[in-house]
Design a protein around this ligand. Structure first.
Ligand code: FA5
Length: 362
């Protein structure tokens, strides 16, 4: 700052000179105009507004004699206002320019095709199983479950499969180490019948879906790990008519309005035992070249029968008071039939392109 002027000497307060002030304003204008971004404008503001000739002139006013202060103050004020206005105008321009650039840089092109995310699907075996279970749950039946590692007694003995029964042989059943430990991977869902009858008292109406294991090779119609669904009813007065009626209801719910027929068969745990067929839902028996039923007009569903008295007795149920019926069949086979899957390997190999075709419903 200049030294106090006494008397006022305009030469010594050069910054207050009108020409100097005009030049300072012009220099500030030029510097602001030259600033190409807000960073550069900030530097120009420091040089020409916060510091520089005009700021210097304002400070010089204090050194003037009182008589000169008003006139000098007006000029300096006008110069400051001009510089401030030039700064604000340029700042507004640069802010608008920056915002416009941000909009361009961050622009989202909503018309660009998005990367396709494949929709998830549930496995058709799971879906088929749920669908089958729903048919029975809708009739008031309960869902029953059992372990996949099962005792030989539940899997065979209690079901009247004696020690010499072929299904007990090593080539059909997976035995859990050690082989004489009495544990197997269950070969069917029928042991759930036993577990149910041992823990519940009649009337019993249960449906038991689950995974089962057999030492079968993987081919178009077999897999070593597959799923079955088992139905068991035990009550007073149940007859084969009830069994036929339940199977009919189930087949209609799955395959539409088709007839069923039964053929004599043998299962150690049912007596009498039957194989159930249902009318081909494709040709209804009217096409000798039908690929679904091979021209026979009938499709095999699975085994069934009245619960053997010995099985009821093994579970502590009096066969003179109660009778029961049971039926069971394979889920993969049902899925093959209903949805035209010609090769069972497609069902079990876990390729999501296969599951994806089914989506969330079968
Ligand atoms: C049984 O397993 C009896 N427990 C069914 C039963 C229950 C009869 C209640 C009477 C009363 P079976 O061994 O036939 O029966 O097998 C039933 C179904 O499982 C077959 O009809 C077939 O659909 C399916 N299945 C059998 N082996 C395989 C396999 N390796 N791969 C896929 N499905 C199979």
């Amino acid at each position: 700052m200049s030294a106090p002027n006494n008397p006022y000497d305009p030469v010594r307060v050069a910054a207050l000179d009108p020409a100097t002030l005009d030049a300072a304003v012009a220099a500030a204008d030029a510097a602001f105009a030259a600033a190409q971004d807000l960073e550069a404008l900030k530097a120009a503001r420091l040089a020409h507004l916060d510091r520089g000739q005009v700021a210097q002139a304002r400070r010089e006013i204090g050194a003037l004699p009182p008589a000169a202060k008003a006139e000098a103050g007006k000029r300096v004020g006008a110069a400051l206002a001009a510089v401030q206005a030039a700064y604000s105008a340029r700042e507004a321009e640069l802010v608008a320019h920056r915002d416009a650039q941000i909009l361009v840089q961050e622009r989202v092109d909503v018309s660009v095709p998005a990367a396709r995310r494949p929709l998830g699907a549930r496995h058709p075996v799971e879906l088929t199983m749920e669908r089958l279970v729903d048919v029975f749950v809708a009739m008031g039946w309960e869902v029953a479950e059992g372990p996949e590692v099962e005792s030989e007694w539940m899997n065979f003995d209690a079901l009247n499969l004696g020690v010499d029964h072929p299904a007990r042989q090593m080539q059909d059943t997976f035995f859990v180490d050690p082989p004489d430990g009495g544990l197997v991977l269950r070969a069917h869902t029928s042991p759930v019948q036993i577990r149910t009858m041992l823990t519940r008292t009649p009337p019993i109406y249960v449906v038991a879906p689950g995974k089962v294991f057999r030492t079968d090779d993987l081919d178009a119609t077999h897999t070593p790990v597959f799923h079955q669904i088992e139905c068991l009813a035990v009550d007073k007065g149940l007859t084969m008519a009830h069994l036929r009626g339940s199977i009919d209801h189930f087949v209609r719910a799955m395959f539409g309005d088709v007839r069923t027929r039964v053929r004599a068969s043998y299962f150690p745990f049912t007596e009498p035992s039957m194989e159930t067929d249902f009318q081909c839902f494709v040709c209804r028996g009217g096409d000798e070249a039908c690929r679904m039923c091979g021209g026979s007009g009938w499709i095999e569903l699975g085994g069934s029968g009245m619960v053997n008295r010995k099985v009821l007795q093994a579970c502590g149920i009096d066969p003179d008071v109660y009778t029961g019926f049971a039926f069971g069949f394979g889920i993969e086979r049902a899925l093959q039939l209903r949805n035209g899957v010609s090769d069972m390997r497609d069902i079990v190999e876990g390729d999501v392109r296969f599951s994806g075709q089914f989506g969330m419903a079968v």
